[in-house]
Design a protein. Structure first.
Lengths: 343, 343, 343, 343
């Protein structure tokens, strides 16, 4: 039984993590913390968790948590949690960090997108927590960076093609995200009546998740160029990423699918769809699956790879649990085996 | 390990049942059937179940199913499944029926709402599958009628008040249901663009679920009068029933809550909310919970009891699994313990 | 040409009013104001109005507005605008007030729900701006109180029955509202991911709109008792009110419909539906219509009257324009004749 | 006063057209027709139009319609209406066709996407009804082909860049459409519970609207290559097209915006957004506007042009009315001047 602490337990990523951990037979939740409001039960923030845990929300006190926990999740905004992460590592805990602070290998790249890095030393020791690319490194690391939701979908959609040299290293990622990706913080953009019945792009060609895509895809082939446009979609959960790349040479759809199936052979949460099927976010909603579908525009010599994930599960809390399972040595699919909800 | 057959596995109730059973450690799915199309995998009807079960959809052949199963779920339209149910019982199987065919005690009442009953003999032996009212009878019955979704919410909202004699036997049930309650059958009413961004009542004061409410509430007190108005709400899942009743005498909200807490003491899936909290369908979505909140209009001398359920879980497939657990002697909460999704 | 000022032009009611007035041939918008931010074009608050008006947002300065306007709309929160309203009246302007400050006849009742009234003298001179009940008084008044959205639907649903003595003076109003009714102010309740895919009641039996219903219905018959429960529905616009009342004597549906048709004879915006048809908010969305449908529960001796309106048009800005048309002597339907949007 | 007939009046395009024409001061609706069901009022298909027109739905009888009308809209599926269109032209009527039958110049290209053309002679005489590209030809034509909804958004997004030679002739159009684009015909894809809370691509790189984009953009520059991927979004109305093209040379965003502003100078329904603003479908919903925003990915040397339209107005019925206005010689904006709905 691993004793687990969750810092930032009341954001959407945190509360989804708590829901998954409550169903995990080899884990015991021992410490829940958040900024500012303490001393209350989690059901005071989330009525749906009424009766779930008889535990008060604590202060963010890493040493205190370290007394009762062996593994810690940090679901805090970037830059806010870095010192806590360092402290937790020093105290010997295993750590999974939800923020961007440990994802990038280069402090310089981090600075371009997020400002100066508060603890650049963390960058070296962190493993990028995408088991499909880094399964060998995760069990032995003390620090896993949980990937961004958009990068997870884009990297999984394109990795096999890059790895096999099927495409030119210059891709377009056009992503569509449900509103939960913006979190629980109030804003006009996510006010119901402002985003319902609308779709819009935002942060065109300058979103912070771009360098993660570049970094991870570049480990599989030549240095990548990525043009990334996220869109906000009026639904709660889900990301669909439609990725466009010029084929490096003539490739049939059958061959491309074969490349993808080989690359993801044995992966418990990747479903490469048969020819003619297309992914939909609803097909994965409530699950840790990533569905991938391919098409080829023969006239234009283009590969179109589409990936669908539940942004809060495979795109965040589920990915974190999957990595945790590897880090604590239990079956990788524990607490993640449920099929998607329908409808 | 109980071997289970599901007839009508490809409706929304059926597929939700399959999803829950896939997660049940003491159950093995051995036979999936539906009308007309056979010989295909369930993922051909539901892409989200890709990889879930390596089983073909079979014909509706009860004796064949009886060779491999001990317990059968019938998720077929009313009147269609009654003969199959009878056949299954004769062959010694335990049966849970999703239709209205076994819910009412009176063939005459059935006939007023549904037409002539194809097998009135079933009415006597069936137990109404609401564990909160009939837990003692379910373990020993061979036949459980899974309650209607609207009645589940209304009966649970009002039962303690009726039982304690708090209210006059004449109630109004104003229910709001997500669209999944209408099933997967195509209709203009459930065409996306026709029901999205709209709310409407239907079948005012003549819906088929009314006599179930009357029957079950009347077992707890005097013969009830129920005015029932269902409404269609633009969301996938959930039923909220707002119930109005004249108080029989002066009762404080505190006392009324006490009556409800006593009545539901120990119930694993009923949450009586504290004063000031109100139920929302989202608070129970994806779970088997029924949340109940109370208010009193002192000027008018009225009790307002509000109940929220996930119509496909506590209102259908989850209730069926809860009853099945009682019928096969395993823990009542097995496969039903997950907390609601948020958001 | 009437010169018009709008105070509080950037709330949802204000901006909908501006949209309608832009299409009005006998009105000229001369002054737009809001609290705090001034000196900006309205398109800086509402991108959809890009290019609409070449006018800066001004301070709330009634005398300055009075220089350029003859008629003023106050779309300000209750209590905030009362002094401005009084000032505008003193300067000789015609005034339409969107807040609750001028709706109730009794300062005592106002105080129970809103706190002390800042200008109780306004209560006497204001006309309640429901043309279907007060058409004769509106043309000559200097001050019209635009009714609340919920009361408009409930009063229109019940007025003919009360007026004809069809029902007992004790009714239940169960209303379902789209989220725009809560305005543009940020709150967790109206955060997209919190209210999407959910339905909940709020302010059960204590909502501030209750006394308006009581007041207006009581002018048509005996003193009314109203139990009112509003619900939040995941859609942008629309209110559906389902109203329940005990019939005073035996009445057929045909007779009840006849009573309603007579009562609303000649009304340009009321549509009493034929037997068997039910109102839906979508049937009136984008229009000034109020659709009303009736049903009778013969067993229980109850009338169920259902009304649907677009909460921002017939429930707010459209009603205001309808009253303004009467006040300035132009055709009552000017700028309001468009049919609803579909889908 | 132009007398107008509408064939196919009960599809979503037809009914939106009827709504706009009801508000048009220089047009009289004289003939409404649809297949199969005749002899009923339009409100029997669309309750929201109750009281709108005292006219029965007629058979599709072009000579009969020609007795009472001078101008005809055909809102019929492709191939179905071509003979009727030809008949209407022979009888001297002006015609606007909503289908794909008159949009393409090449019968061969038509055949690749739609099958053999029933009346290839129509292709020569039709003008493609995009006033922004063909305003000079529309007033004098007898036959206007109303453009497809997706092509309208993509062509308007890219035309200035193609015309000015800013981009390479090889573009990606990633479009997101509300569900009304799929019409009122029932299908599992547009069943509420199947498409709500989901986003998916469809017809990747093979949608029938592709050749329209190629044809029209190629008239402004070299022969284009277009990779087009449409997506279904859970909302009623709106299309957002995100278009990607390689810049032909170094171009600043300021310069690109200047090119767009010049190209669309004086256009009543095109709004080129200022730097930093992005289009959203909600900003144009309910209006005939097309909003266009630009961004440049300097690293990748790409232009990203985003266009938003209301698919049923600028993408269909509004475009048709705009063209009709030109064909009958009244002001181009008549009946189209209303600002978008909000929220």
């Amino acid at each position: 039984m691993t004793r687990v602490a969750v810092f930032g337990a009341t954001g959407y990523g945190g509360v989804e993590l708590v829901r998954l951990l409550l169903d995990h037979p080899e884990v015991e939740l021992t410490y829940l913390a958040r900024h500012s409001t303490v001393g209350e039960n989690i059901a005071q923030f989330y009525q749906h968790l009424g009766g779930a845990i008889d535990m008060e929300i604590q202060e963010i006190d890493v040493p205190a948590a370290s007394e009762v926990a062996d593994l810690m999740f940090f679901c805090l905004p970037h830059a806010v949690g870095a010192e806590y992460v360092a402290e937790a590592l020093e105290l010997g805990n295993k750590v999974l960090d939800f923020s961007a602070d440990c994802r990038l290998k280069s402090a310089g790249v981090y600075e371009q997108y997020y400002g100066e890095h508060p603890r650049p030393d963390l960058l070296e020791q962190a493993v990028y927590g995408l088991p499909e690319l880094h399964r060998e490194d995760i069990p032995s690391t003390q620090l896993t960076a949980v990937p961004g939701c958009y990068p997870t979908s884009a990297i999984l959609a394109l990795a096999p093609a890059v790895d096999a040299g099927l495409i030119e290293p210059n891709v377009i990622v056009d992503s569509k995200s449900g509103v939960s990706g913006a979190g629980r913080k109030l804003s006009l953009t996510t006010h119901y009546t402002e985003c319902n019945e609308s779709v819009a792009a935002y942060a065109i060609a300058k979103h912070r998740h771009t360098p993660e895509m570049v970094q991870e895809l570049s480990t599989l082939g030549p240095e990548m160029m990525v043009t990334f446009t996220p869109h906000l979609i009026p639904m709660n959960r889900g990301i669909l990423s439609t990725c466009y790349a010029q084929l490096a040479g003539a490739t049939s759809l059958t061959d491309a699918l074969e490349v993808y199936r080989d690359f993801y052979d044995g992966e418990p949460f990747i479903r490469v769809l048969d020819e003619g099927l297309v992914p939909a976010t609803k097909h994965v909603s409530g699950s840790n699956f990533c569905d991938i579908g391919l098409a080829i525009d023969e006239n234009a010599g283009r590969l179109i790879a589409v990936a669908a994930i539940d942004n809060l599960i495979k795109g965040l809390a589920g990915a974190a649990v999957q990595c945790m399972n590897l880090m604590i040595g239990c079956d990788e699919t524990t607490a993640l085996s449920r099929y998607p909800f329908w409808p």
